[in-house]
Design a protein around this ligand. Structure first.
Ligand SMILES: [Zn+2]
Length: 286
């Protein structure tokens, strides 16, 4: 059903997805990435269920071997328990992590009071895990309410994605500062994802190559933007078995990383989300 719906909608989205014209406009205060790199590539992962949680280290090892670092977002209270050891292992390897909602039950943004009630708990997890990054489940977002979290960066938005349940994109392939009175420091950095989420092209549309990621990445590179992708370990078929309808072949992701590495060697910056947020904050608040 969802698959059919997507294909029927594709022609009408051709001017807005996966690339939105105008989103490449550079902020006037931005004069380039560190060390003169042409573009930035940020790899992120949302860990949805135990299935994904059990694959975190496997994915870390694959990315590390290819010379990349990434950040994993964990749900504090769901069907897996976030162990301190795994958080430590990520940091020891130069990787990072953030908080992904609280229960992942679709109700985080149901009302302001509900959000604020949960924000207290989320803040406790941020502190306990010693992190300052957040992404809301299902990319639900209210950037004003999110200011109640003690974060340096949020990643609950996207440049353009009409397939999201809350489809309003932020229309830029660059990070930006969210001025926010609720926030202890008056605001935080927003990092929108700018490459299509894996679920749409690879689980629903059953694309078999990384072409959609590569094409968008080339476009972002041409415009010196930030390519930020969200890949779910829950949806990756690590054994290349083809058995699970909800999974896509690992090769799609590794071929994408190999493409970046080969075509743009020495030309891209692959920071952790916290690093790109710190870099951007300095541009805004020198
Ligand atoms: Zn999620």
């Amino acid at each position: 059903m969802r698959r059919k719906l997507i294909f029927s909608k594709l022609p009408s989205y051709k001017d807005i997805w996966p690339t939105l014209k105008g989103s490449e406009k550079k902020p006037e205060y931005f004069s380039g990435w560190p060390e003169g790199k042409q573009f930035t590539l940020v790899l992120t992962h949302d860990v949805e269920h135990k299935r994904g949680y059990d694959r975190v280290i496997k994915l870390l090892e694959i990315e590390k071997k290819l010379g990349f670092v990434s950040s994993f977002n964990f749900v504090p209270e769901r069907d897996y328990k976030v162990e301190k050891e795994i958080l430590q292992t990520l940091r020891e390897n130069g990787f990072d992590y953030g908080v992904h909602g609280l229960y992942h039950d679709g109700k985080l943004f149901s009302s302001e009071s509900e959000f604020l009630r949960r924000a207290t708990k989320i803040n406790a997890y941020l502190k306990d895990w010693n992190t300052n990054g957040f992404r809301a489940p299902a990319m639900h977002h209210n950037l004003d309410w999110i200011g109640a979290l003690n974060i340096e960066y949020d990643m609950s938005t996207f440049d353009t994605d009409p397939f999201e349940p809350q489809p309003d994109g932020v229309g830029t392939i660059f990070p930006f500062w969210v001025e926010n009175k609720r926030h202890p420091e008056g605001g935080y950095i927003e990092l929108p994802y700018t490459l299509p989420q894996d679920f749409t092209p690879y689980v629903l549309m059953k694309e078999t190559t990384p072409k959609i990621w590569i094409d968008k990445l080339d476009w972002i590179a041409e415009h010196n933007g930030m390519a930020l992708v969200n890949v779910h370990p829950d949806y990756i078929d690590f054994e290349n078995s083809g058995k699970n309808f909800e999974e896509f072949n690992l090769n799609i992701y590794t071929e994408f990383l190999e493409y970046v590495k080969t075509k743009y060697e020495g030309k891209y910056w692959n920071p952790l989300p916290a690093e790109v947020a710190a870099f951007w904050k300095k541009l805004i608040k020198p």
